[in-house]
Design a protein around this ligand. Structure first.
Ligand code: PMP
Ligand code: GLN
Length: 382
């Protein structure tokens, strides 16, 4: 294989879901809901298939979805984008991330991101021949260290790859942190590529702030999102990227040779979802906030130290109180086999394995009875 990909192996999500199947353990590893999302969205997919919308969509995506994405950005964030020029529909956010990085980065370029980072970031940056500079976010508050962030920028910095709300930490970047990132991007004439797939999963009255809304940032920001988290349709793989026309044209140029287009009926159903009333979005966040509280309480009862997530559907717990020193080995063996629960070791998202050695990420996008059972199993590990 391409030597650039050699260090990456099989993604942790595939490994841990397979482990859950082979052991019968509760899967709080890979992030996917165990219930369906809004019925209107599911019905729209069936209607699209029955309505004969089953051939290749146009390269940028079906116009219905492009319009719906632009209307969504306007409605929630007062962002103005041209649906025909500034948006590209992709096969999940994953393809949007890959196509954007491949379009913007050349060998020798540097990408600033935050650690722990979503696993596809490092692999895609490597495929582009670029170099990743990861700024650590430290358990349990995961605040941005200004000096470390400044030190990560050089004259080779091509882009900042941001993720807010942040997987795996559950952190929602503050306006001050975003303003610092925006200032540095402007100072170094870098792009900001922002992965906002958890944009609607924010808790305790917080609001998601798209970096594109900060002064001067719309013209240097590419915003990525996906239907998977918002409509509980992770298997549909409908994502998108929006931003300045020239950059979107370049990203479209890459995307056409990766997948050409994605699945049409799911695009149309996602367009329906993006038009649903506000209460659907608020209801999703409220439901996940209650699930967060349920799992956090269970983890604390099990004697673990946790970082309370501000968004996403993940919580990080420190398993050191259980005597765990190597969470990767523990997740692969005892946690699943003896504990009956699958989680994801945070060190797989980090270059610095030591700082995260005893941390595990658990997903709480599951039915309440599943979370309660997982918590009681974890309590028996003491
Ligand atoms: N970015 C982040 C931060 C994620 O957690 C995920 C996983 N869902 C993705 C991107 C990929 O999204 P998709 O399934 O739409 O490709
Ligand atoms: N985004 C999900 C997670 O972080 C899983 C995505 C995947 O399996 N690639 O768990």
């Amino acid at each position: 294989v391409n030597a650039r990909l050699e260090p990456f192996g099989t993604t942790i999500f595939a490994e841990m879901s397979a482990l859950a199947v082979s052991t019968g353990a509760i899967n709080l590893g890979q992030g996917f809901p165990d219930t369906d999302g809004p019925p209107e969205v599911l019905a729209a997919a069936k209607a699209a298939i029955d309505g004969g919308r089953n051939q290749y969509p146009p390269g940028p995506g079906f116009p219905e979805l492009l319009d719906a994405i632009a209307a969504h950005q306007k409605r929630f964030y007062a962002i103005d984008i041209d649906p025909r020029r500034d948006v590209l529909v992709t096969v999940g956010a994953t393809e949007a991330i890959a196509a954007t990085i491949l379009a913007l980065c050349a060998p020798g370029d540097e990408v600033v991101t935050f650690e722990p980072y979503y696993d596809s970031y490092a692999a895609t940056i490597a495929l582009a021949g670029a170099t990743m500079r990861a700024v650590p976010l430290r358990f349990p508050d995961f605040a941005v260290d200004e000096a470390a962030l400044r030190a990560a920028f050089t004259r080779h910095t091509r882009l900042v790859l941001l993720n807010t709300p942040h997987n795996p930490t559950g952190k929602v970047f503050t306006r001050a942190e975003l303003a610092l990132i925006a200032q540095l991007a402007q100072d170094y004439d870098a792009w900001v590529v922002t992965d906002e797939v958890y944009e609607h999963l924010v808790f305790d009255g917080r609001t998601h702030i798209p970096v594109a809304t900060l002064p001067g940032m719309a013209q240097r920001t590419l915003t990525i999102s996906s239907a998977g988290k918002t409509f509980s349709t992770t298997g549909w793989k409908v994502g998108w990227v929006s931003g300045p026309e020239q950059a979107i044209a370049g990203i479209r140029g890459v995307k056409q040779f990766l997948t050409f287009v994605g699945s049409g009926p799911f695009q149309l159903a996602t367009a329906t979802g993006l038009g649903l009333r506000d209460s659907v979005y608020a209801g999703l966040a409220a439901s996940l906030q209650a699930k967060r509280d349920l799992l956090v309480a269970g983890l604390v009862d099990a004697g673990l130290r946790v970082s309370i997530p501000e968004g996403t559907y993940f919580v990080i717990a420190d398993l050191a109180p259980l005597g765990v020193r190597d969470a990767l080995a523990f997740c692969r063996s005892d946690l699943a086999q003896r504990g009956g629960v699958v989680g994801v070791p945070v060190s797989v998202f980090c270059d610095n394995k030591e700082a995260s050695a005893s941390l595990v990420r658990f997903a709480f996008c599951k039915r309440d009875e599943v979370l309660t059972e997982a918590a009681s199993r974890l309590a028996r590990l003491r």
